[in-house]
Design a protein around this ligand. Sequence first.
Ligand SMILES: [Zn+2]
Length: 461
Amino acid sequence: MKIILAIVAVVVLLAMFPLSLLVLSTNTALKVDPAPKVIGFETPLHIHAENSHGVRWITVDVQQDGKSHESRVFQAKEQSFFPKRNVPATDLNVKIGKQTAPELHDGKARVVVAAVSNDFRGKSDSIAFDVDVMTAPPQVVADGVQHYINQGGTEMVTFTPSGAWTEAGVKVGDQTFRSFPLPNHPGQYFSLFALFWSLPTDTPISVFAGNPTGATAKAGFWYKVFPKQFRKSTIALESMNLERMVNGIDPEGKLKGDLVQRFIQINQEMRKQNNKTLADLRFQTEQKFLWTGAFLPMVDSTVESRFADDRTYTWQGKKVDEQTHLGFDLAKVSHTPIPASNDGRVLFAERLGIYGNCILIDHGFGLQTIYGHLSEFLVKKGDMVKKGQIIGKTGMTGLAGGDHLHFTMQVDGVQVNAVEWWDPHWVRDRILSKMDVTMPDEAVKGGYPVPAGHKGKKRRK
Ligand SMILES: [Zn+2]
């Protein structure tokens, strides 16, 4: 009998043992998201620890040169050996870097985040990742020249970042413009930047240099902003061939509602999406100047609509929409050949919503020209084109009331007033002189015939 009882007891104990382990201990799922690639003085780290029994403590160890710099960043209020259940996850925001580990120096290091489960077994779990330590703060100094900025226009600044920096450029309010190494000037960088037409003239503008530890240096430079008046116009939708335009853009009738409702969706949401598609092409820009001299407008054309015209759309006398026209409408005769505005590479040549048949040419360093409403393409994506080369013919595809070219330019994805780039004096003084590039005198004197007829009586899209 005793033997039987003993056997039963052993069997029961053996059966309970793994069960007890299961009940008494569980793993901690640890996550650092996003895991920093670089740490500096006080780099934020977000730790997420999940364990149904809760965690007893969490440590962060920065290891460098075989030395450990560990700190306990979390401690449970009480140690519990009889596990609790369904303890919510622990989320911690901690800071790591030279502030807490003064011995750290610039170079490689490894970060180990470890947690111990708050139960009988106290199981340890850890995750680790490699980082670069960057402790020298970034610095930046801008050029000493005078900068004149037209509202809606472009300007260029050169500057010298130093210290531990990985990203530098220009901040215009919340907008960031990238920088590129200034050709033939080692250590110097430049940014083309824009003051978007709708930003106030007192928008703060500065150069910056920063690194992923969160350290950023900013420096001001001398500039003067010239406010611009933009025009307003009203377009009665009754005057347009809505059916042709709307059905041309939405042939399968995917948009809901009547013609006017479909038009408004195209004019609002599709306009936004199309502009984003074009803006994102800045990431494919060439890191060299592909262009020379001033940009070429469509010769002998008439300006029917200018940059940043504010358009109110009405239907049966009521306002149904309002949009800003961020380009020039240039008209001549139907199917007029369109010249490439400058040398560059075709990054886009296809149908694009409101722009209809649309071409984007990259001129390098984030500077790009855009051509809309074409009836015909004479180039394709990837082609290198020369200034004046015929790239297509004008038409009325997309949101176009009549045959014309919609021409615009963008600087690092921000659409700007092209009139500056058409002016050889402006290109020489504001851009090329800062890069020690000269333009032949005759190019400046002669320039190009800027489109005539700034009266803008007709309204097109
Ligand atoms: Zn237009």
